[in-house]
Write a protein that binds this ligand. Structure first.
Ligand SMILES: Nc1ncnc2c1ncn2[C@@H]1O[C@H](COP(=O)(O)OP(=O)(O)OP(=O)(O)O)[C@@H](O)[C@H]1O
Length: 201
């Protein structure tokens, strides 16, 4: 039996934000969180990887065994999940509910495969989908290089993935309610704010 989603999620509709790496999601979300302290929350993900350093269960992640993880997958307990370098990661329905029950809007910053899973989940109420796009592939490449956080190989991998993300966002199957192009940062920020918080903001 799939977990039932609470009224809290419907009252505080979560926002799914996606877009290629380097589109500016972190830049814009950091500013939005600063402008509206306490209004938004990120859900705590599950993972099968071991805790590192001072990481605490329930804080950085919910640390679970592979068996526990797969059991929850079978119960449709994840809104989205994926495997990276041998470990499972996922956002549980419960983790999103926890944010909504605090009266906060849950922001899910996820990639394309996760977006598809959220949109196709059998019981999870439909969130609002926002896609943040760079003005062009060339500009995205400049920004990824300008950020200077990635090695060449990682940049090329991100650019390839970016193409897939953008093709999907422009396809008829995409669930996005809005696509915002991050050309001028101020303008893009205002548009994101209007989409998420509303015109009165
Ligand atoms: N409108 C803009 N004009 C110029 N530079 C920008 C603009 N928006 C973001 N940037 C810069 O582009 C780089 C990538 O932005 P950011 O790290 O926010 O991307 P992201 O979408 O969160 O990527 P990731 O998914 O990898 O975390 C940063 O160096 C940021 O300062």
């Amino acid at each position: 039996m799939a977990p039932t989603s609470t009224a809290a999620i419907k009252a505080h509709t979560p926002i799914v934000i996606s877009g290629p790496s380097g589109a500016g999601k972190s830049t814009i979300l950091t500013r939005l969180f600063d402008e509206y302290p306490g209004k938004f929350g990120f859900s705590v993900s599950h993972t099968t990887r071991a805790p590192r350093g001072s990481e605490q269960n329930g804080k950085e992640y919910h640390f679970v065994t592979k068996e526990e993880f797969l059991d929850l997958v079978g119960k449709k307990g994840f809104v989205e999940h994926a495997q990276f370098s041998g470990n499972h990661y996922g956002t549980s329905v419960k983790a999103v509910e926890d944010i909504a029950e605090k009266g906060q809007i849950c922001i899910l910053d996820i990639e394309m495969e996760g977006v598809k899973q959220v949109a196709n989940h059998p019981t999870f109420p439909r969130p609002r989908f926002l896609f943040l796009s760079p003005p062009s592939k060339e500009v995205l490449e400049q920004r990824l290089r300008g950020r200077a956080t990635d090695k060449e190989e990682a940049i090329l991998k991100r650019l390839k993935q970016a193409e897939a993300e953008m093709d999907f966002a422009n396809s008829p199957d995409a669930p996005h309610d809005k696509i915002i192009v991050n050309d001028d940062l101020e303008k893009a920020y205002q548009e994101v704010k209007e989409f998420i918080v509303g015109k009165e903001a």
